[in-house]
Design a protein around this ligand. Sequence first.
Ligand code: MLT
Length: 205
Amino acid sequence: MRPQPDFIHEFVRGKSERTLLLLHGTGGNERDLIPLGRELDSTASLLSPRGKVLENGMPRFFRRLAEGVFDLEDLRKRTNELADFVSSSAKHYEIDNQNIVAVGYSNGANISASMLLLRPEILSAAVLFRAMVPLTPERQPDLSSKSVFISAGAFDPIVPGSETKALEDLLRSAGADVTVRFLQGGHELTPEDVDLARQWLTNLK
Ligand code: MLT
């Protein structure tokens, strides 16, 4: 039987106990981030779902009303559905559910942050490329055992620096160990993002 609830996804079994949960940006799919996952950690398993929401034919992980304006009801629902998928996939593929690290880009980074805030038991850590504050949770989660790496673009037209700072503050106030790097770039992912994230993951216990 397939994991329930199911998503179209790729799973690549690795040699180590860690699994990277790869979450693509708007218009991406389950195959996009597989090479990135391999570059970041050559021995981890990779679990890469495709977002179920379509915006003009482009897959996303939750609905938005405008750029940077999120449909919060949909975001909550989709976050829980994705968290349930990850949890059932861990059983299905027999991977360690205490060693799942989200790696999200843009829309995928936003739903990763939402999962940390609403379903913190799912992830042990997260790498967030170009993330925003997805929502403010009603109850503050306990993130004291979580590590988060945020990689931001100093000239990102979609994610202003104030937004990165607000996300950092929100995660820190919940107890997370947060590392933030600002790169001299925009919203797109660069080789420097990949290098920094790889180093950070290597040093993660
Ligand atoms: C989002 O909608 O999650 C953000 O605006 C990032 C994007 O997908 O462009």
